[in-house]
Write a protein that binds this ligand. Sequence first.
Ligand code: C2E
Ligand code: CA
Ligand code: CA
Length: 242
Amino acid sequence: MARNAFVPFLQPIVDSITGKIVGAELLVRLLAEDASIIPPKDFIGVAEQTGTIIEITEQILDKALVTIANASKLTRNELYLSINIVPAHLQSDRLFDFLMQRIHMGIIRQSQIKLEITERLPIDDLLGARIYLQAFYRIDILASLDDAGTGYGCFLYLQELGLSSLKIDKQFIDTIVNDTSTAVLNAIIALANSLGLDIVAEGVESIEQKDHLQALGVNICQGYLFGQPMNTVAFVEWIESI
Ligand code: C2E
Ligand code: CA
Ligand code: CA
């Protein structure tokens, strides 16, 4: 924290039909003292358990918000930033206050912020989480179910939390071309459609996967096929190159 060593990386979220970017996910990286990059899997578990993830998120958010605002000007499109939020962070006033302050400062509009709530982590107090989320919904900051299908409470979270979109986890995209394992994927898509949720597919690596998703009506994609997570400078260069 003291070295300011947590840095924001951004990965494009793209409309696979038009090829246009619609937003980006904020993914944290830790810069080691030898300048090598440490991936979240090596520290995010500890950061979540200790609650440090709240400060880490704040450390990387400002730069990410400014980058998304600049990228929106470059593309002449209102891009959004999708932010991974753990339950402990959601259930503190800090996130709301932090984001409201940036909105009042004119750095970003509320419609450009999305919260990703993972079902990988249990939410002890669903009612409390719902109340916090409703404060965001009132000011037009929407939330998405992350890692849908992999964790604790896909159905329950969708029913209780008023989420407006759903992110299909990479593991269901990995096996998409293999006909026998698409039953769960089809069920997730059907569920999202019947609840009127937007769908984002994560971890799209091949044209076959993209085509298959399009056939299922899923056009908003994130994955190496479109762009890797990039530091903010590389992200703006990527935007300028498309
Ligand atoms: P996630 O939220 O499911 O994020 C998507 C992960 O899939 C990212 O891994 C991303 O780099 C990776 N990915 C996306 N497209 C592809 C693809 O086409 N192929 C492959 N092989 N991978 C792809 P990453 O950045 O290593 O992050 C891992 C996890 O760490 C995230 O999973 C999320 O749970 C957590 N995480 C990352 N940044 C943050 C953060 O700022 N806050 C919190 N709370 N969690 C974070
Ligand atoms: Ca995520
Ligand atoms: Ca995932």
